[in-house]
Design a protein around this ligand. Structure first.
Ligand code: GUN
Length: 282
């Protein structure tokens, strides 16, 4: 029997507990989100983050900057937020316009306020199996899902497709830290199918509808679909041919309702955790 991994259910449970903890606080955690330009998808994501934060009692500020804002203006804004003690967590929505160096922007965020875990300090902590201030939202959410369904990681062959700084790379490192045998595949990988067929757990974070077909997986595989695509009818779908692959998988995440809700859930938990860390310093 295939089990459909329910990200809505798991995130709801985690957020319920979080809202109870926040309700007990006198001073509330605070998240600042910077969005540059008018990218429609980014606007939707930022609004969702703001709405969820407010539901939970997290103070949320969205700073909108125009598409042609200069790099130095953006860096100055981050500096201001770094120094502002009322702000616990900073998120700069990606992607940024081409004239802005995203690496410079990320390196400007104080590691103690780096809610995405994008800063080299925090990334380096993960790479050395040490503790970052918080873990990156999507990989953290995926580990929460595996944990909730009691899916063993240690000793398993996990194949991660995608090498982005947001998902693929940190996901692979975090799985390695949990004693998985990890293979990372990407756009230049030869014989993708030969590798995916060996996966006990397959994580696809590419952004290509229909990439993962039934022939590419073995029986009883656990499939985690991080893709967020539109099919030919404009319907939201992942990287995995869900209906086909479901027939072979032991567990599989749907899109929507799988990894997506976990990412935003992790962001809220991370904001709370950064708030807690800031309190400990006082
Ligand atoms: N753009 C797409 N996903 C993300 C994310 O998780 N964090 C940020 N900052 N930007 C994104």
């Amino acid at each position: 029997m295939t089990e459909i991994i329910d990200g809505k259910l798991v995130s709801k449970k985690i957020l319920q507990e979080l809202s109870e903890k926040i309700a007990l606080l006198e001073k509330k955690p605070s998240l600042a989100v910077i969005i540059v330009g008018e990218d429609p998808a980014s606007k939707i994501y930022v609004n969702l983050k703001k709405k969820k934060a407010e539901e939970l009692g997290i103070v949320s500020t969205v700073i909108e900057m125009s598409q042609d804002v200069s790099e130095s203006e953006l860096l100055n804004k981050i500096d201001e937020l770094n120094k502002d003690e009322s702000v616990n967590a900073i998120l700069v929505q990606m992607p940024l316009p081409k004239h802005i160096d995203a690496n410079k922007v990320i390196e400007k965020i104080s590691p103690q306020k780096d809610v995405d875990c994008f800063h080299a300090y925090n990334v380096g902590k993960i790479a050395t199996n040490n503790k970052p201030f918080v873990y990156p939202c999507t990989p953290k959410g995926i580990l929460e899902l595996l944990n909730f369904y009691n899916i063993e990681i240690s000793g398993k062959h996990v194949v991660v497709i995608g090498r982005s700084n947001i998902v693929g790379r940190p996901m692979a490192q975090m799985l390695l830290n949990k004693n998985a045998t990890v293979t990372i595949c990407h756009s230049k990988t030869n014989n993708l199918e030969e590798i995916t067929k060996q996966a006990d757990i397959l994580i696809s974070a590419v952004g290509k509808a229909g990439l993962i077909k039934k022939e590419m997986v073995k029986d009883n595989v656990v499939v985690i679909d991080v893709g967020m695509n539109r099919d030919e009818n404009g319907k939201l779908c992942g990287d995995v041919d869900f209906e086909q692959v479901k027939q072979k998988a032991s567990y599989i995440t749907p899109v929507p309702g799988g990894v997506g809700p976990m990412t935003i859930c992790s962001l809220m938990v991370n904001t709370f955790d950064l708030f807690k860390t800031s309190q400990e310093k006082i």
